[in-house]
Design a protein around this ligand. Structure first.
Ligand code: NAD
Length: 368
């Protein structure tokens, strides 16, 4: 059988630095676990603009639609700040999300014991935390019409529209229930059904999808404002949180920060399944291109490496190998390896991006 295909879009700033370590990890799985991928590389963001005058060339878009999964580093940087909006590096990423129709954004918030002191919450509240936020990514108030700033009488009015169709809610709810089945089997759906009609419909459709096709998954509903409070009061009560685009934007950032550093946070964006059952998928760290540390060997590659672990689990059904990789990261951190962003008040000597890659590969070797 042909190897699965991976398209790597390393992007700008620290993107290529952290992706360099991911490439080593991919090679390790090919060499040591008989899990080889056909990997190709292309440009996105500022790098694509420099080469082609556009942040995503049509050929790259076509390759992304063909690939079994896309791994993305980061886009952007001060060099591109003054570009026209239509060719800004971020437009490349938005085009990928839109044309791949990636409606389900998965953001784990997982606390590695070795980093529990990094959280702004008490250690006992977050040690062992492992939650997943599923955010609807392609609809809702960021896309709804009408929108704009209009004149009304003698003043201006800013308008955005929260709009969800039943099918949009249905498909993202299914993705949350499927995910819950592979984890703790619990979904908490968050909206504002108390004050928003779109929230009432959201709640009805989620309940219906549950009752019809996922009755074995435990489902609860919560108003999103209460959800925000519960996330910082007792986050371990959650397994999968399902929510819309706007609330998900806020709740996922809040949950992510429970666990400490931006350099640790992976994400996945999934679309509808292809004929082979694999969803269209883009995996990327949550962080940006970090221009302040670019080229200095300081970037933490773990977020990007954990994004590849998500690809193993969600695109290639290699959950055990994903866990092997996550355990390797956990072991390295428990042994005290720290890039500069993970240095606590006790100080110490940070290791470089490559040294972190070395340590993770050594831990993978030891896992055999
Ligand atoms: P950023 O995430 O790039 O950096 C924020 C801070 O976190 C910086 O101090 C940076 O050094 C640090 N940091 C981030 N990732 C790190 C890592 N892996 N290891 C160690 N430290 C890390 O956010 P920003 O500074 O607001 O944005 C910089 C550029 O990135 C901008 O052009 C922005 O538009 C872009 N951006 C892109 C994405 C993306 O590609 N998905 C996301 C956010 C920001």
């Amino acid at each position: 059988m042909a190897n699965p295909t991976l398209l790597i879009l390393a992007g700008d700033g620290i993107g290529p630095e952290v992706m360099g370590q991911v490439t080593r990890v991919i090679d390790w799985f090919g060499a040591k676990r008989d899990l080889a991928f056909d990997v190709s590389h292309d440009l996105v963001g500022g790098a694509a603009y420099d080469a082609h005058g556009t942040p995503l060339h049509d050929d790259t878009m076509a390759k992304a639609l063909e690939a079994d999964a896309v791994l993305l580093g980061a886009v952007g940087g001060p060099k591109y700040d003054d570009l026209d909006f239509s060719v800004k590096p971020e437009r490349g990423l938005l085009r990928l999300r839109k044309e791949m129709d990636l409606f389900s954004n998965l953001r784990p918030a997982q606390c590695f014991d070795a980093l529990a002191d990094f959280s702004s919450l008490k250690k006992e509240l977050i040690a062992g935390l492992d939650i997943m936020i599923v955010r609807e990514l392609t609809s809702g108030v960021y896309f709804g019409e009408p929108r704009g700033i209009i004149e009304e009488g003698n003043e201006r009015v800013g308008i955005n529209t929260q709009r969800y169709t039943e099918s949009e809610i249905d498909r993202v709810a299914r993705s949350a229930f499927e995910l819950a089945r592979r984890r703790g089997n619990k979904v908490c759906s968050m909206e504002k059904a108390n004050v928003m009609e779109s929230g009432i419909l959201w709640r009805e459709v989620v309940q219906k999808v549950h009752d019809t096709d996922y009755p074995g998954v435990e489902l609860s509903h919560m108003y999103a404002d209460n959800g925000a409070m519960q996330l910082v009061r007792a986050p371990k009560q959650f397994d999968v949180i399902l929510t819309d685009n706007l609330f998900g934007d806020i709740l996922s950032d809040c949950a992510a920060m429970l666990t400490g550093s931006l350099g640790m946070l992976p994400s996945a964006s999934l679309g509808a399944p292809n004929a082979d059952g694999r969803p269209k998928a883009l995996y990327e760290p949550v962080h940006g291109s970090a221009p302040d540390i670019t080229g200095q060997g300081k970037a933490n590659p773990i977020a990007c490496i954990l994004s590849f672990a998500m690809a193993l689990r969600y695109s290639f059904d290699e959950g055990e190998e994903a866990t092997r990789l996550e355990r390797a990261v956990e072991k390295v951190l428990a042994d005290g390896a720290r890039t500069a962003d993970l240095m606590g008040p006790e100080g110490g000597t940070p290791i470089s991006t490559t040294q972190m890659g070395d340590a993770i590969l050594a831990a993978l070797d030891n896992s055999l």
